[in-house]
Design a protein around this ligand. Structure first.
Ligand code: DX5
Ligand code: ZN
Length: 217
């Protein structure tokens, strides 16, 4: 089953509870929460107290995407705040295996995120330990950017690797995904679809339309 994870980055932050209710009622599977620190990426978004607040108003699992330096310092706190899925960037962490272990100890589903230009081989040795891999399909930092087509190669390659090793690791894709181009990431092998601006311009309708497409895969 393919999963839809609306990215709250494009929601109305002044009315987050209402926005969450809308996508939840329309069939969203996860809520994607983008954490940015102004160091790993140029933008600053939300932190631990906001994740705690979101956790209280939804039954949906929170999929927290850490775009921060030093993820090992914060990862347990984000899980305690309510993250069921958590990912951090390989580019931001020197001790990837240790940080993965921290997250596993807390019982979360753990993923590694890769920027568009980051090669797959950096995660190959720990692929067995991952519940999911987050392939960035734009450069992280902002919503509303254009999908980068060359990332499709990496999604396909990762899919083959997962099949070859007979793993259950899911592939999450994030950035520039809209109703108009979601088919190409699904065909490349994506399992979890993140969409921000592609959903929150019309959250109810777009969530339903995305789910209709996902059902066919
Ligand atoms: C970008 C974030 C994305 C972002 C996607 O750095 O990681 O999750 O919200 O937004 P869209 O779907 O508008 O590209
Ligand atoms: Zn994200």
């Amino acid at each position: 089953m393919k999963l839809l994870a609306p990215s709250l980055l494009s929601a109305n932050f002044a009315n987050l509870e209402k926005e969450i209710e809308t996508v939840e009622a329309a069939g969203a599977d996860l809520l994607h929460v983008d954490v940015m620190d102004g160091h790993f990426v140029p933008n600053i978004t939300i932190g631990i107290p906001v994740v705690e607040a979101i956790y209280k108003v939804t039954k949906l699992p929170l999929d927290v995407h850490l775009m921060i330096e030093n993820p090992s310092r914060y990862i347990k706190d984000f899980i305690k705040a309510g993250a069921s899925y958590i990912s951090f960037h390989v580019e931001a962490e020197k001790h990837i295996h240790r940080t993965l272990s921290f997250a596993k100890e807390e019982g979360a589903k753990v993923g590694l995120a890769l920027n568009p230009a980051t090669p797959l081989y950096l995660i190959e040795d720990v692929l067995e330990l991952l519940d999911f891999v987050l392939i960035m399909t734009v450069n992280p930092g902002f919503g509303g950017q254009r999908f980068l087509d060359f990332t499709l190669r990496k999604i396909k390659k990762l899919k083959s690797l997962i099949r070859e090793k007979e793993l259950k690791t899911l592939i999450e894709v994030d950035g520039g995904i809209k109703l108009e181009n979601v088919k190409k990431v699904l065909e490349a092998g994506a399992d979890i679809i993140v969409s921000g601006s592609g959903i929150f311009k019309n959250p109810k309708e777009n969530t339903k339309k995305f789910k209709e497409i996902l059902k066919r895969y």
